[in-house]
Ligand binder design. Sequence first.
Ligand code: 4NP
Length: 167
Amino acid sequence: MVPKTTSILFVCLGNICRSPLAEGIFAHLAESRGIGGEFRVDSAGTGAYHTGERPDSRSIAVASNHGVKLYGVARQVTHGDFTDFDVIVAMDRSNRRSLERMRGHGAYNGRTEIVMMRDYDPERGNPDVPDPYYGGPHGFERVYRILERCCDRLLDTLTDKQCCEPR
Ligand code: 4NP
């Protein structure tokens, strides 16, 4: 039997800082657990301001410092994403509101779950992954650490689910 692949879309506002970092970290952690092939990951932005751009150089730098490569160019969330992905992970409450609004405008099958990244943070406090765009490199390191904790827990949750549900 072909194992089921879980598809995950990470979403922030611009798709140049937080969500490409989350995508890269998640893929890296899954690879290091030897289960990279069980997931399809992508990222997108609720806004179109940076469409076609590579991730912010500060995200690329902080990822690289931790041995993580970032792929892809920015794109906006599409209506098709709500049926193409099993899970959409929003970085903050504003992203989630935008996603829910977008989903409400289409005829979707309701299969895709929208979740909040920081619901997976074992050190939970702030419900949002802070937007580091207007800050310095320290903000990017802080966001990296938050995302690493959250992606690790998200992987735990998804792998538990997979082993307990029929494929
Ligand atoms: P991101 O960060 O949502 O984490 O990619 C931002 C990038 C760009 C802007 C805002 C946030 N912007 O306003 O251009």
